[in-house]
Design a protein around this ligand. Structure first.
Ligand code: ADP
Length: 520
């Protein structure tokens, strides 16, 4: 059987907490009782009112036929008189037909009223009063019937005493028949009126019952339910308001946290930039000896050419061409010295943090040139194998320089203990899968494979004057550029440090950086 779900059970599912279950159950019972009562009233209507209505519908044709009987009895009397008064035989025949037809109708109506006739929709209606009247009517009806019937069978003339006698019988009994028939019609009308009154009473009772049930439904079911719903809605609204407040607070806290995190990130970035700057200055300190030596050369050249020019000027026959040549040499040496100083200044200047498209091959060449004096000083040979075309990446030039200088510096340090003629560094660039890769390979002592990852940890150093931050800074720089840095090495087999950066595509960002070089 399908379980009945009342609206209140649905209401409890959506609105009420379990504490209101009892109320819901009570309301459900009341609601079901009202439903049952309404169903009972509908049943009562079917059992009582409908038969009454049907019965009432039977009165109209009966009253109609009863009224018509009166009219037919008068017509019968007239037809009897007309039959008696017919002057000719032909006329008399006509009147006989009329009398017979009227008599037939009158008899059929009488029988239908007494016994009922379903074929013409006449029911047999009788009450003690009506039956009594029928009883009183019967002899008169019978006398009229017999006389009229005999009249229709006579062939006598108007002077026939039988005709006169029979017509007299019809007339006499019609006088008594008519008021009795009137009485029957009245009694039928009274009975119909009684039925109508009964019907009205029944309908009124059922309507009152329905109204009472609806009032009860309103007072005992709908009103308590509405009150319960209203209170639940209030509670719900209060809870929503509370929850909204909590959410607002949580949002506020979240915003504060985000702002704090942003501040912390900004300060961390600032610190990282300062650390990277410090690391560059440290690296520069390591390169200074080589650079100072490199700077010495143009300065010595300048001094030499200046001195030679002075000697030339003391001569009486000044060789102007040679003098101009000395001046050009001095100029070139000064430019070279300027380049070295600018490179140093660019490298140690505080970071600007801007990323621009740059050719990684060009940057590798510049960095090798920049480190070349130090490499010469340490007697390290450096080779480069670069891709044929430019290798464009979007990067912060100084940061990438810092990574590469650091790798070269570490490679030179690693070669410190190697025999002079075996100290070799190779720098390679390649491109694969949308990434530009730089490898720095040395043939130094290398490190144990299991220590490779530790080299990238901050403050991990094996050098007496090392800080141990070069590789960890390099890794954070490369990862900030969405790239990767790693190393492979084993003891006695040298070390290979690699980093890769995403290639820059012209159609995505149509501008390429050309300025700001270490050696320019
Ligand atoms: P630092 O150079 O100040 O020690 P780094 O972070 O640059 O700091 O290097 C960390 C350590 O990694 C070095 O001390 C060294 O032991 C090891 N290392 C780096 N590069 C090489 C290399 N090419 N060969 C062998 N060991 C290396």
């Amino acid at each position: 059987m399908v379980p009945v779900t009342t609206p209140f059970e649905l209401m409890s599912e959506s609105l009420l907490p379990h504490t209101a279950d009892r109320l819901v159950r009570r309301l459900s019972v009341r609601y079901l009782l009202v439903l049952v009562a309404v169903a009972a009233l509908v049943g009562l209507d079917q059992v009582v009112v409908q038969p009454l209505l049907q019965h009432l519908g039977e009165f109209a044709p009966v009253i109609n036929v009863a009224g018509r009987q009166r009219m037919l009895s008068q017509k019968l009397t007239k037809a009897s008189l007309a039959f008696q008064a017919a002057p000719t035989q032909a006329e008399r025949e006509l009147r006989r037909v009329e009398l017979r037809s009227t008599l037939d109708q009158w008899v059929a109506g009488h029988r239908a009223l007494l016994e009922g006739d379903a074929s013409i929709g006449i029911a047999r209606i009788h009450t003690p009063e009506i039956d009594e009247q029928w009883h009183a009517l019967q002899p008169h009806w019978q006398a009229m019937h017999d006389a009229a019937h005999r009249l229709t069978g006579l062939s006598a003339t108007a002077a026939d005493p039988d005709v006169a006698h029979l017509v007299t019988i019809v007339l006499e009994h019609e006088r008594r028949y008519l008021p009795t028939m009137d009485g029957i019609v009245k009694l039928l009308e009274q009975a119909a009126a009684g039925e109508v009154t009964r019907l009205r009473l029944c309908a009124l009772s059922i309507d009152s019952g329905v109204i009472l049930l609806l009032l009860g439904l309103g007072s005992f079911v709908v009103r308590p339910a509405t009150r319960a719903i209203a209170s639940q809605v209030e509670q719900l609204e209060a809870r929503v308001a509370l929850r909204t407040e909590e959410l607002d607070d949580a949002n506020m806290a979240l915003r504060r946290e985000i702002a704090e995190r942003e501040r912390a990130e900004a300060s961390q970035q600032h610190l990282a930039a300062q650390l990277a700057h410090a690391s560059r200055i440290t690296t520069m300190g390591h390169l200074t000896a080589g650079l100072a030596h490199e700077l010495n050369q143009p300065l010595a050249a300048i001094a030499n050419f200046a001195e030679a020019s002075d000697v030339l000027l003391d001569q009486t026959d000044v060789d102007e061409t040679q003098l101009r040549d000395h001046a050009r040499q001095i100029q070139q040496a000064a430019l070279r010295a300027g380049q070295i100083v600018r490179g140093m200044r660019n490298f140690v200047q505080p970071q600007r943090g801007s990323r621009n498209p740059l050719d990684l091959n060009a940057l590798v060449r510049e960095v090798i040139e920049f480190c070349r004096p130090e490499m010469s000083r340490r007697q390290v040979e450096c080779e480069s194998t670069l891709t044929s075309g430019p290798l464009v990446v979007a990067a912060d030039r100084i940061q990438v320089q810092q990574v590469l200088v650091n790798l070269l510096q570490n490679a030179m340090d690693a070669l410190e203990a190697s025999p002079v003629h075996e100290r070799r560094i190779e720098v390679r660039t390649t491109e694969a899968d949308g990434f530009a890769q730089v490898d720095v390979v040395d043939n130094g002592p290398g490190v144990a494979a299991e220590l490779v990852d530790a080299m990238f940890q901050p403050f991990h150093t094996t050098k007496a004057n090392g800080l141990g931050i070069g590789l960890s800074i390099s890794r954070s720089i490369v990862e900030q550029h969405l790239g990767r840095i790693w190393a492979t090495s084993s003891v006695g087999a040298g070390a290979k440090f690699c980093f890769s950066l995403p290639c820059f595509h012209e159609y995505e960002h149509p501008r390429t950086e050309t300025a700001d070089s270490l050696c320019r």
